[in-house]
Design a protein around this ligand. Structure first.
Ligand code: RAT
Ligand code: ZN
Length: 449
């Protein structure tokens, strides 16, 4: 039997791990936040916290209001309704409710008074630029990856106009309509924007889609491409999604040295009356993802799946494919019970080659609670793991613990992304230096101010 770790030694490990986990800055690799230059697209403050779609779904379980009545209200009234239903009339114990309270607590606001007007007054004093810095400092988040869709009309014009980038905000090119609504949305839009595509996926069309992806990759300096996928996605398959992946998206990712992030398992609009809050979950077919990854060994894939039941087979897939990196506890899995289970399972099956969490924040302030809650769980699991090592006589040093935590909070992700670049340098271009030149050129071509 492995010897037990003395209580004192365990307490010392816990102190070291907690310090590292609570103080190491995070690169938040998937959010719906925006560089402040996007103005109103960057949501923040108490009303946006309260009308978060996770809370809207919970609110409707308590409201007497009809869907129409709720959606007809201005934002502040919707926030009042959610506050009353979920915080005043019932104790706010769900993860999304608790999140609002952790957020306020991290901002040093007194939540005991249950005084929504006073909270609104406090937020009204802030200017967005200062508030962004304040929130990022308190949350210990130093970089935030946005989700950027050329198909979003409000967002697209900001990119086309050009602006001075805030270096703390990186970009990810989101392409759901391209892969999931080719005929109805993407093909006509691309044609409007001057790309010579046809609904049939000819060679010419694939090359025009690649031109579109190249333009947007350069314009936003994308760090990766991403898509959310329905449970019934299959590969190989004779569908537009799989064919566009093969003929345009994956060749593009190889050319630019970028990973392709897939988020499987979302059933869009299960209840359309709930709008953004109306999406559901379904099991994905892990074998399809294995086939896709196996067929493209020169691509790097990031995956976060929505269904709890897919997490185990994906961990096993990650053991088989070095070009697959798992990340985050996405959306409905972002609750303490599942974060703990998933983190423990991932660390036990794939060690530290994983990014255990992303925030998916839609409101800036949410990074305060999402990271606070996850950090505590990650620390708890790590303490257990290091204690197990100590029991064998392998004493983890402070420096080793620090290194490991940095990997979990963005280091492993960046290393994974740069591996794609290195591979590209070997297979497509002659030297790493040439690749670096390509990256520099990409940043240079990002439109300025
Ligand atoms: O978590 C969420 O806010 C969802 O609405 C989705 O946006 C999801 O994260 C996604 O990226 O599709
Ligand atoms: Zn998201």
């Amino acid at each position: 039997m492995t010897p037990k770790v003395p209580q004192k030694r365990r307490a010392a490990i816990a102190a070291q791990v907690e310090k590292a986990v609570l103080t190491t800055p995070v690169y938040d690799i998937h959010t719906h936040l925006y560089d402040p230059a996007f103005g109103e697209l960057l949501l923040w403050g108490i009303d946006d916290l309260l009308v978060y779609h996770y809370l809207v779904a919970e609110g409707f379980r308590q409201f007497d209001l009809t869907y129409e009545q709720f959606w007809a209200m201005p934002k502040s009234q919707q926030a009042d309704a959610i506050w009353n239903a979920l915080f005043i009339e019932h104790s706010p114990i769900s993860e999304a409710c608790r999140g609002v309270l952790t957020t306020l607590n991290r901002l040093s606001l007194d939540v005991r008074k249950r005084d929504l007007p006073a909270l609104r007054k406090w937020f009204a004093k802030w200017k967005v630029a200062d508030y962004t810095t304040h929130v990022m400092d308190v949350a210990g988040v130093n970089r935030i990856c946005m989700t950027n869709s050329p198909f979003d009309d409000v967002e697209r014009v900001v990119w086309e106009r050009g602006f001075k980038r805030d270096e703390r905000f990186t970009a990810a090119l989101r392409i759901d309509p391209l892969l999931l609504s080719w005929n109805d949305t993407a093909a006509p839009r691309l044609r409007d924007w001057g790309y010579d595509v046809t609904p049939e996926l000819s060679e010419k069309t694939a090359s025009e889609v690649r031109r579109f992806l190249a333009d947007w990759t350069r314009r936003i300096n994308a760090q990766y491409l991403m898509v959310s996928l329905p449970p019934d996605f299959t590969y190989p398959g004779d569908n537009a999604c799989a064919r566009l992946m093969e003929t345009a998206v994956l060749p593009h990712c190889r050319e630019f040295g970028l990973p392709f992030a897939m988020m499987p398992g979302v059933k869009r609009a299960v209840n359309p009356l709930l709008k953004l809050a109306g999406d559901g979950v379904g099991l994905c077919d892990t074998a399809s993802y294995e086939s896709l990854i196996a067929a493209h060994p020169d691509n790097q894939f990031l995956i976060t799946a929505l269904a709890r039941e897919n997490q185990y087979s994906l961990c096993v897939a990650a053991r088989k494919f070095r070009n697959l990196h798992l990340f985050g506890c996405w959306w409905f899995t972002n609750i303490p019970f599942l974060i703990e289970e998933m983190t423990r399972m991932r660390l036990e099956l794939i060690g530290l080659s994983v990014t255990p969490q992303h925030s998916d924040a839609r409101v800036l302030d949410q990074i305060l609670y999402k990271w606070e809650h996850s950090r505590r769980i990650i620390a708890r699991v790590l303490v257990e793991k290091y204690a197990d090592l100590t029991a064998t006589g392998w004493e983890p040093t402070n420096a080793e613990i620090q290194r490991d935590v940095q990997d979990l909070f963005g280091g492993a992700f960046e290393c994974f992304c740069s591996r794609q670049s290195a591979r590209e340098a070997q297979t497509i271009r002659p030297t790493v230096a040439a690749k670096k030149g390509n990256r520099d050129q990409r940043s240079r071509t990002t439109p300025k101010t």
